[in-house]
Design a protein around this ligand. Structure first.
Ligand SMILES: Nc1ncnc2c1ncn2[C@@H]1O[C@H](COP(=O)(O)OP(=O)(O)OP(=O)(O)O)[C@@H](O)[C@H]1O
Ligand SMILES: [Mg+2]
Length: 514
């Protein structure tokens, strides 16, 4: 029995209007924050609706209300023609609303098919267990529909890449007959090819009547995919427009409420002497014979495809792994980095999203997260200088434009982009000379992106050495003095700013001979 596949013919029955979803007058307050102030969102059937806005605009909060994680303070929701009170995620799922989260949360040791069918027995009293064989067959069928035959239904979730995990989540949504699928920044960690595939599948599903709400900070994606665009700013509804009636410039203006003149404000900086040198760095299976220099005031862009070994290289340089061979020189002196402590002592900072390593401690406050690596600076004997800590943290809050009611707010309560700003502020407080940034603007809105670029440019001006991993081509090209292109763990090319083109980077990143 094919009970799980949505039948396009059913969509029309009982259809009394064009909208699958109408949210109106939605309000939501958190202590000290009005996250949503009388907003609306209307999604047409069979369309992709982009929900846009700066960090902290209220996008994720509205989606969490829709899926039953957050309770709204006021407003009404009409889904599929009926007014609904969404009490919890189970209710949402049962009625045809699925969400693919910013942070994917599969159960790692379950298989793909178990992950899709987990908890399904509870769905309806008369639906008893389905057999493993049936489960595998059904899963394989949906995977085929998504052109993901390469995924084995019996594979463990831990073994899948981010892109494949995402596809499994979409499988799950389809298996629930979802009429509306919410995707919150789904492409922030997948490659361009995987992204194209995702978009193709999304388009295909819309033709079958499924609707999507799509949240992203990548502007080009919006115009590739969206039929309609809704913009929020600071918890307020600004507009809903047909994507075809908007362009990049208009959209940015609506989002930030001001004009952004310069996206990559790279300043001309006098480049000094070589400060840090990497010579033949090798870690078996990850990278081999990597050599390059960074001069004072120089920004090195580290380009490459997912899996080229860039993050692993930087983590190893920072002491999270041991090098098999190779040398690091700082100021012409050979240094040994046995762990992150040594790296910090050598005035290095690694700014990455990875929570396990140098990332944020979500249950702690903004302040605690900021001062953690610089604690020593603020202690006198056993006492902490609370007043200076508060002062500097508040300065950071202002300088980095971190949207939070206070520095005592728990980081978990901040929007994604504002969490990233806390992370950057934290590492800059250690006063480093060598700053490694791993995808510094992932998940950051256009306005703050240009702020962060300005900041990086300023650091270079102060003579700091910057190494920036980025998968965004305009960012790499706009910001770097030299671009080191990696391919399968080796340096394929080092390209000067003067000679760089997107094609040249891509050719080298995909290992083509030039
Ligand atoms: N549980 C919570 N407690 C307190 N404040 C919260 C909570 N969740 C969200 N907020 C606040 O509500 C506002 C809206 O946050 P939200 O996560 O919806 O933003 P967003 O538009 O998704 O931003 P981003 O693009 O950065 O992900 C922010 O100011 C955020 O700090
Ligand atoms: Mg968000």
């Amino acid at each position: 029995m094919r009970w799980f596949l949505p039948s396009p013919h059913n969509w029309g029955i009982g259809m009394n209007n064009d909208y699958i979803l109408e949210m109106e007058h939605i309000c939501k307050r958190f202590p000290g924050v009005i996250a949503l102030d009388d907003v609306q969102l209307k999604v047409r059937r069979g369309t992709v609706h982009a929900l846009m806005g700066e960090n902290g605009a209220g996008k994720s909060t509205l989606m969490k209300i829709l899926i039953g994680i957050n309770k709204m303070d006021g407003g009404n929701i009409i889904f599929d023609g009926k007014e609904v009170q969404i009490q919890n995620t189970h209710f949402a799922l049962k009625h045809g609303i699925s969400m693919i989260f910013q942070e994917l949360s599969p159960i790692p040791h379950m298989t793909v098919m178990e992950n899709i069918y987990v908890g399904r027995e509870q769905l309806s009293a008369n639906r008893i267990f389905i057999s493993k064989k049936q489960m595998a067959e059904d899963t394989a069928n949906i995977l085929k529909k998504l052109e993901m035959e390469s995924i084995n239904p019996k594979e463990k979730m831990v073994n899948l890449s981010v892109a494949k995990t995402q596809m499994v989540e979409i499988c799950k949504a389809i298996s629930y007959n979802s009429k509306l699928i919410i995707m919150d920044e789904p492409t922030s960690a997948i490659s361009e090819k995987e992204c194209d595939h995702l978009f193709k599948i999304v388009k295909q599903l819309t033709r079958e009547g499924v609707s999507f709400i799509f949240i992203t900070h990548k502007m080009d994606e919006v115009f590739k995919l969206a039929d309609d665009i809704t913009v929020f700013r600071d918890g307020k509804f600004i507009c809903t427009e047909l994507a075809s009636n908007m362009n990049h410039h208009m959209l940015v203006e609506k989002m930030v409420g001001r004009e952004i003149t310069q996206m990559f404000p790279k300043e001309e900086v006098d480049i000094g002497d070589v400060y840090i040198s990497f010579k033949n760095l090798t870690k078996k299976g990850l990278f081999e014979n990597v050599s390059f220099d960074v001069r004072r005031g120089e920004i090195i862009g580290l380009a490459g495809l997912m899996g080229a070994g860039r993050t692993e290289l930087m983590e190893t340089i920072f002491g999270y792994r041991k090098l098999d061979s190779g040398e690091i020189y700082i100021n012409n002196k050979k240094v040994t980095i046995k762990g992150p402590k040594d790296a910090i002592a050598n005035k290095m900072a690694l700014i990455t999203e990875d929570r396990k390593l140098t990332g944020l401690y979500l249950p702690l406050s903004v302040k605690d997260n900021m001062i953690m690596p610089s604690l020593r600076r603020f202690s006198r004997g056993l006492l902490l200088q609370h007043r200076s800590i508060d002062k500097i943290c508040n300065e950071n809050r202002v300088n980095f434009d971190i949207k939070t009611p206070s520095i005592n707010q728990i980081v978990n309560n901040l929007s994604g982009g504002n969490q990233q700003k806390v992370l950057i502020a934290r590492w800059l407080m250690t006063d480093p000379e060598i700053i490694i940034l791993d995808e510094p603007t992932r998940g950051i809105d256009v306005g703050s992106k240009s702020e962060i670029h300005k900041l990086i440019s300023n650091l270079a001006k102060q003579g700091k050495c910057i190494i920036m991993i980025s998968s965004e081509m305009p960012e790499v090209i706009g910001m770097s003095d030299q671009i080191v292109v990696m391919y399968k763990g080796t340096v394929k090319a080092i390209i000067n700013r003067k000679n760089v083109t997107q094609e040249l980077i891509l050719e080298n990143a995909s290992g083509l001979e030039t």
